[in-house]
Design a protein around this ligand. Structure first.
Ligand SMILES: C[S@@+](CC[C@H](N)C(=O)[O-])C[C@H]1O[C@@H](n2cnc3c(N)ncnc32)[C@H](O)[C@@H]1O
Length: 272
């Protein structure tokens, strides 16, 4: 298992001792009840599990207008960093589904969150991703989300399409559109390449380089570690997915630009 963007020592430990890490994770998961994991098991990266999750939750309320009876899909739910903030927000008419490709994270969410909230449910899907699930068997570019058409009012993916190649990203936007009810909203974060981010990038920690495959990456020998798309391509993918952008893109601070609202860029759209 690869632990991206997390503290180096955690990643090193998990890579060097995958079995020990798994056993520790599973034991800990079964023994406690706190829905927030210790940093050792925060495989989604960053030291600030609580702050980052809270930031995404606030954007979902403030930008996407999440309400208590929304039917929510969390695409790439990780280890519940956003879900924990919905536990006391959704009412009994609301529903929360999530899926991810890291079994340990889904197991955590089911044991620590879904056991305490009957309307929360998380699924594991064995999709290939070079960064998160290199032994995965399914292809994200053709994967059909395991949900009925039009069954969600709000679908989001935070820091997930930043790990998908273009074919998978387009398929995910089409699937988001399929499972959204008409008028339903989607919030997806990206690293958006445009003239302004290009101007700032070289001085930032996110110095993406172009590839010949319609995307940019910071890690050429493992692109799925961090992927960026041109803004025009993103807009075109939204058109193909029948999702209508609802407001100007909320540009994040990742590239070092001014006037930013947070880390990654946020695209809010509605199902036509
Ligand atoms: C940086 S983490 C973000 C996790 C979560 N969205 C959050 O904000 O806490 C990226 C997540 O995307 C998941 N992921 C990668 N490829 C995926 C795919 N094809 N489908 C669903 N999830 C995927 C990873 O397993 C990981 O949990």
């Amino acid at each position: 298992m690869v632990i991206p963007n997390a503290r180096v020592e955690i990643r090193d430990f998990a890579v060097r001792h995958p079995r020990v890490y798994r056993i520790l994770f599973k034991l800990f998961c079964r023994l406690g009840t706190n829905p927030r994991p210790p940093q050792l098991f925060n495989f989604v990266g960053g030291e600030q599990y609580h702050e980052l999750g809270l930031g995404h939750f606030r954007n979902l309320c403030g930008i996407a207008g999440a309400v208590a009876d929304d039917r929510v899909l969390d695409v790439g739910c990780g280890i519940g960093r956003v879900a924990v903030h919905f536990m006391d927000y959704l009412n009994s008419a609301g529903r929360y589904d999530g899926f991810d490709i890291v079994a340990l994270g889904v197991d955590w969410c089911n044991r620590r969150i879904a056991r305490r909230r009957h309307n929360f449910r998380f699924r594991y899907v064995d999709l290939y991703n070079a960064e998160y699930n290199p032994s995965g068997q399914l292809d994200a570019a053709t994967f059909k989300f395991p949900y009925e058409d039009a069954c969600f009012s709000l679908v989001f993916a935070t820091s997930v399409l930043t790990h998908l190649l273009p074919g998978a990203a387009l398929n995910y936007l089409k699937e988001i559109s399929r499972v959204l009810e008409p008028g339903g909203r989607s919030l997806v974060t990206f690293f958006v390449i445009n003239s302004e981010s290009r101007r700032h990038m070289p001085a930032s920690a996110f110095d993406f380089q172009p590839t010949n495959g319609q995307f940019w990456t910071m890690v050429p020998d493992n692109p799925e570690a961090a992927i960026a798309f041109d803004e025009n391509l993103i807009r075109d993918m939204y058109r193909q997915a029948n999702l209508e952008l609802q407001s100007p893109i909320h540009y994040g601070s990742w590239s070092g630009r001014n006037g930013a609202v947070g880390g990654q860029d946020i695209v809010l759209a509605a199902k036509r």
